[in-house]
Design a protein around this ligand. Structure first.
Ligand code: ADP
Ligand code: MG
Length: 335
């Protein structure tokens, strides 16, 4: 009987699952709702996300991944079990082999935790791959060639920049700044300048609808509602794209700092390859309008967003899983 093989991108914001030979089969928020009384998992993914910020006292909705690594081991395990069962339980008797990716900068303890959580969630074998390598493979970068390539994956909780050559990570740097910190910057700005408190979801909406990393020639506006800081009552204001660009610059600058730090440590031969080929961006936050333009301006290296930036990591993990013999030097495993 055939054993199913799953590749899982366990992100801070979203979890994606790939089945070898099939492609992406699940894509849901990394959220778990737990009953406060008996600690039981009530909902995972899309259903649990709808409960975030709206939970009665008897329910706790939480994001078990923080800044790219496992923050709550038990809840992560429950979430992994949900995804594994969702795509591989009914029709298959054998437990699946599962590959997950971890940030290149994560510690041995964090790596072991990821392997153990995967096994305890129901995998027969667990495999780990470094996320920048997965992102680059998923972005169709020829990472096995003897030439330097740079990728920056910018997700919800963390951004990780890396230079790859000959199938391995040569230099890497991560910062715990990404989409969530950009949303926070928008929230802080509205509180300070407009005396308005807005929720996480509203901040993300503003970012996606009118956000831009560099000032737009034709300014855009959006009307949003929140709660007045002083009077405590609902109120709405109009926010402009120029305000948002200014408000989000500090976190963007921190992300760009990771790229600069990597460039500074890159051996000269590889650095000249990178200047030729440019920096590839992946992850949801790379979709922020004009982020590639800002990165190009601030580093002097041409930068562009990978195709299907949200899927690069899971695709790359899936490709490694499907060709595991080829990549065995880059994969850690446990059964
Ligand atoms: P993770 O790998 O951490 O789970 P993802 O790569 O799934 O993260 O990216 C999620 C982040 O991308 C969120 O912070 C979300 O707000 C942001 N994002 C998604 N689409 C856009 C967009 N069009 N513009 C700006 N940010 C976006
Ligand atoms: Mg990610």
């Amino acid at each position: 009987m055939l054993r199913k093989r799953l590749a899982i991108d366990l992100g801070t914001a979203n979890t994606l699952v790939w089945i070898a030979g099939e492609g992406i089969v699940a894509n849901e928020p990394s959220v778990v709702a737990i009953s406060a009384e008996d600690n039981k998992v009530v909902a995972v993914g899309e259903d649990a996300k709808r409960m975030l910020g709206r939970t009665p006292e008897t329910l706790v909705a939480s994001r078990p991944m923080r800044e790219g690594v496992i923050a709550d081991y038990q809840v992560t395990k429950a979430m992994l079990r949900y995804f594994i069962n969702k795509v591989a339980s009914k029709s298959f008797v054998l437990r699946p082999d599962v590959m997950v990716c971890v940030p290149a900068g994560c510690t041995q303890v964090e790596r072991r935790a990821a392997l153990d959580a995967t096994l305890e969630a129901g995998a027969a074998h667990a495999y780990l791959i470094d996320e920048p390598l997965a992102a680059a493979i998923g972005a169709n970068i020829p990472v096995s060639a003897p030439s330097g390539h740079m990728i920056i994956d910018i997700g919800g909780g963390a951004a990780e920049a890396a230079v790859l050559s000959l199938g391995g990570v040569v230099v890497h740097k991560s910062v715990r700044v990404a989409g969530n910190k950009i949303d926070e910057a928008i929230q802080n700005y509205l509180k300070k300048k407009h005396n308005l408190i807005i929720g996480d979801q509203t901040a993300e909406d503003i970012k996606i609808k009118i956000g831009s990393a560099v000032k737009l020639e034709k300014e855009e506006k959006i009307q949003i509602s929140g709660r007045d800081v002083v009077f405590g009552l609902p109120r709405s204001v109009v926010v402009t794209s120029t305000e948002v660009t200014d408000a989000i610059y500090p976190p963007l600058s921190q992300i760009i700092g990771a790229v600069k730090a990597v460039l500074e440590e890159t051996p000269p031969e590889l650095a000249s390859d990178i200047i030729d080929k440019g920096i590839v961006m992946s992850g949801g936050t790379s979709l922020l309008r004009n982020f590639d333009k800002l990165l190009t301006e601030e580093t002097g290296v041409p930068s562009h967003v990978a195709e299907e930036a949200l899927y690069c990591v899971v695709r790359g993990t899936g490709i490694v899983l499907e060709n595991i013999e080829l990549w065995k030097r880059s994969v850690t495993t446990k059964r």
